[in-house]
Design a protein around this ligand. Structure first.
Ligand SMILES: *[C@@H]1O[C@H](CO)[C@@H](O)[C@H](O)[C@H]1NC(C)=O
Ligand SMILES: *[C@@H]1O[C@H](CO)[C@@H](O)[C@H](O)[C@H]1NC(C)=O
Ligand SMILES: *[C@@H]1O[C@H](CO)[C@@H](O)[C@H](O)[C@H]1NC(C)=O
Ligand SMILES: *[C@@H]1O[C@H](CO)[C@@H](O)[C@H](O)[C@H]1NC(C)=O
Ligand SMILES: *[C@@H]1O[C@H](CO)[C@@H](O)[C@H](O)[C@H]1NC(C)=O
Ligand SMILES: *[C@@H]1O[C@H](CO)[C@@H](O)[C@H](O)[C@H]1NC(C)=O
Ligand SMILES: *[C@@H]1O[C@H](CO)[C@@H](O)[C@H](O)[C@H]1NC(C)=O
Ligand SMILES: *[C@@H]1O[C@H](CO)[C@@H](O)[C@H](O)[C@H]1NC(C)=O
Ligand SMILES: *[C@@H]1O[C@H](CO)[C@@H](O)[C@H](O)[C@H]1NC(C)=O
Ligand SMILES: *[C@@H]1O[C@H](CO)[C@@H](O)[C@H](O)[C@H]1NC(C)=O
Ligand SMILES: *[C@@H]1O[C@H](CO)[C@@H](O)[C@H](O)[C@H]1NC(C)=O
Ligand SMILES: *[C@@H]1O[C@H](CO)[C@@H](O)[C@H](O)[C@H]1NC(C)=O
Length: 495
């Protein structure tokens, strides 16, 4: 079993798989099932348990479908580059900032309108239901009904398992940073973009972190179009941002990989006329129905190859919209990164930044955009002359890519930046470490510190270079000069 199963994923997938584990020294991460459960029971948290959806090979090979669903994956700890996520020995965490995607939802409007609803309606209308019972794989469709029972009440909203997962995440963060969740003056603050799914995720996080929901103050940040860089949703306030970028590349790949699946399903149930969008919607329903009803029939319908194909289709779309295929991605991510640098650099008793841990909830777009500003998960990082778009062809999978969105933006996917204080030779030095879904990911060109962290001063220099290249949010976004509060900076943490 891989080490990552022992950490943040614990609250979500740990049950039943760790009885043989031994607990090591007092580290701030959850280490055992008992520890998770006792923490949860003391704090009144129900731990959601999504059973792993494992496809097995005869030689012991295992593939968990739920770890390849891109933005529709219930949270799991990313494998990263296999660095130890524990705080490096001799170091402690003095400050940290986190940017977190909201928790499990019933479906977003786009997925619902494009894929789920057309398929589910076609299924509901299909009169020859008994045709499904002639094949073992598709048999369940004879009785299958939509997991969305009330569009108004459910679309874009957090599911009950999503509330539990966000609470558990709060518990994990509170355990990781016991010294950072108190504040000298006033209530501990948590930030959330104003959509209900981000606000509810943050409220559940607070409950899980503090066991009471009034121990922290939630700061709700407007998702307005006229806030330029001063919001947790720069993709909404940037006119030049287009969420549909990548749909062409994704579409080409979808057409190609779904062809044999369509042929297989149509051979089994000829009257249904399965389409590309039906198949993609069925793959999406593996993730959605897992987090809605804990039902996993669709997860068992496809081969490992077909899941890898689905994952790549998502990676293509996200690459061109919120990844390195979007030339203004870094400009959108930089404001949060700059604000984080100010927090990490501030001294211990700063009056500007009077808490040491800053956690903010936003949408799937934001953590990846910040990663492009930071320069992580860049397929052409070590090949500066290689056109990064060529690393994501739409007619075959680049298996060597580091841009894997399942490991970047699952529900509750997050980027954390820590300031480490490390003692050596009687003095203490400061370093910065990036954690993506709990896995440490070294900063390119700055990895000489403990645990491959980056010296704080060098990180500051690196950030200056990035700001020179990508600091022009207003220009890159083409923001109209009639917008009164134009700014390249994010100021929500200081006001
Ligand atoms: C989901 O179903 C499995 C059995 O398939 C069960 O073990 C698990 O507890 C359920 N999880 C939730 C969150 O209901
Ligand atoms: C399902 O049937 C309804 C009512 O006959 C019809 O309006 C709708 O277009 C059908 N939907 C699909 C996807 O076939
Ligand atoms: C569909 O539901 C009915 C009634 O609950 C049940 O008798 C039947 O076995 C189910 N069929 C399948 C294929 O699950
Ligand atoms: C669907 O949800 C909305 C909003 O919560 C509610 O007003 C409405 O009554 C619900 N509709 C049904 C059919 O339950
Ligand atoms: C918290 O602070 C105490 C007292 O300074 C220290 O002994 C302890 O190691 C710190 N805990 C963590 C997780 O850094
Ligand atoms: C806080 O918890 C109380 C008691 O459980 C509940 O009545 C209240 O609605 C909660 N408030 C928020 C903002 O979640
Ligand atoms: C499938 O296509 C055939 C021929 O065009 C049509 O008669 C039938 O209604 C279609 N079935 C569905 C479920 O759309
Ligand atoms: C990658 O493709 C996007 C979308 O076609 C384009 O805007 C961008 O300039 C390309 N990047 C490079 C480095 O060519
Ligand atoms: C911060 O303030 C506390 C209490 O006022 C003081 O004991 C401590 O030395 C100060 N720390 C720094 C780094 O200035
Ligand atoms: C500590 O001192 C030793 C011996 O002078 C030196 O080799 C080492 O680089 C120093 N370590 C740090 C972190 O400064
Ligand atoms: C800026 O916004 C104003 C008011 O909405 C509009 O009249 C004007 O055409 C816009 N200018 C540009 C360059 O888009
Ligand atoms: C500009 O910022 C001020 C102060 O934060 C605020 O009161 C005002 O509503 C903002 N104006 C617009 C157009 O967003």
């Amino acid at each position: 079993m891989s080490v990552r199963m022992l950490r943040l994923s614990s609250p979500f997938v740990l049950l039943g798989i760790v009885s043989s584990l031994t607990s090591t020294a007092a580290v701030p991460y959850f280490k055992t099932r008992d520890e998770v459960l006792s923490y949860a029971s003391v704090n009144g948290i129900t731990i959601p348990h999504h059973k792993r959806q494992v496809i097995e090979g005869p030689g012991g090979y295992q593939f968990d479908v739920l770890e390849h669903l891109a933005g529709i994956a219930p949270y799991f700890d990313a494998p990263g580059v296999q660095l130890d996520p524990d705080v490096p020995s001799g170091c402690s965490v003095a400050k940290a900032t986190y940017l977190v995607r909201h928790s499990n939802i019933y479906a977003n409007d786009y997925d619902y309108e494009t894929y789920l609803s057309p398929f589910l309606e076609k299924l509901a209308n299909f009169s020859d239901k008994s045709a499904f019972t002639r094949t073992s794989d598709l048999r369940f469709l004879a009785n299958y009904t939509s997991p969305i029972t009330n569009e108004t009440a459910q679309l874009e909203k957090v599911t009950p398992s999503g509330i539990q997962a966000a609470q558990a995440f709060g518990g994990v963060i509170a355990r990781m940073y016991p010294n950072l969740t108190s504040t000298t003056s006033g209530a501990f603050r948590v930030w959330a973009a104003s959509a209900s799914r981000t606000v509810e995720s943050a409220q559940a996080f607070i409950q899980g972190a503090f066991s009471r929901n009034d121990s922290a103050q939630l700061v709700v940040v407007n998702e307005g179009e006229n806030d330029s860089a001063n919001s947790l949703t720069p993709h909404i306030s940037c006119p030049n941002f287009h969420s549909s970028a990548g749909s062409e590349q994704q579409g080409a790949w979808q057409d190609q990989y779904t062809a044999p699946i369509i042929a297989r399903f149509n051979a089994a149930v000829p009257g249904f006329n399965f389409t590309v969008d039906d198949v993609f919607g069925m793959q999406e329903l593996c993730g959605y129905d897992t987090v809605i009803r804990n039902r996993t029939e669709f997860c068992n319908l496809f081969s490992v190859q077909e899941w890898l194909d689905f994952e790549y289709a998502n990676d293509l779309m996200y690459f061109y919209s919120i990844g390195y295929g979007n030339p203004i991605g870094p400009q959108l991510g930089l404001p949060w990164l700059r604000a984080s640098l100010d927090i990490l650099k501030s001294d211990q008793n700063s009056t500007t930044f009077n808490q040491s841990l800053y956690v903010s909830f936003s949408h799937r777009e934001e953590p990846p955009l910040v990663l492009t500003a930071l320069g992580l998960f860049n397929n052409s990082d070590y090949y500066p002359d290689l056109d990064v778009n060529k690393t994501m062809p739409s007619d075959k999978i680049n298996y060597a890519r580091v841009w894997k969105t399942s490991e970047i933006l699952p529900f509750l996917g997050h980027l954390g930046l820590e300031r480490l204080e490390c003692a050596a030779n009687g003095t203490s030095s400061s370093y910065v470490r990036a954690l993506v879904n709990s896995a440490p990911i070294p900063i390119p060109g700055c990895q000489d510190g403990p645990g491959s962290s980056c010296a704080l001063d060098e990180f500051g220099q690196y950030m200056s270079q990035r700001a020179t290249l990508y600091g022009d949010f207003i220009g890159a976004c083409g923001i109209n000069d009639t917008v009164t509060n134009r700014t390249d900076l994010l100021g929500i943490y200081t006001s």
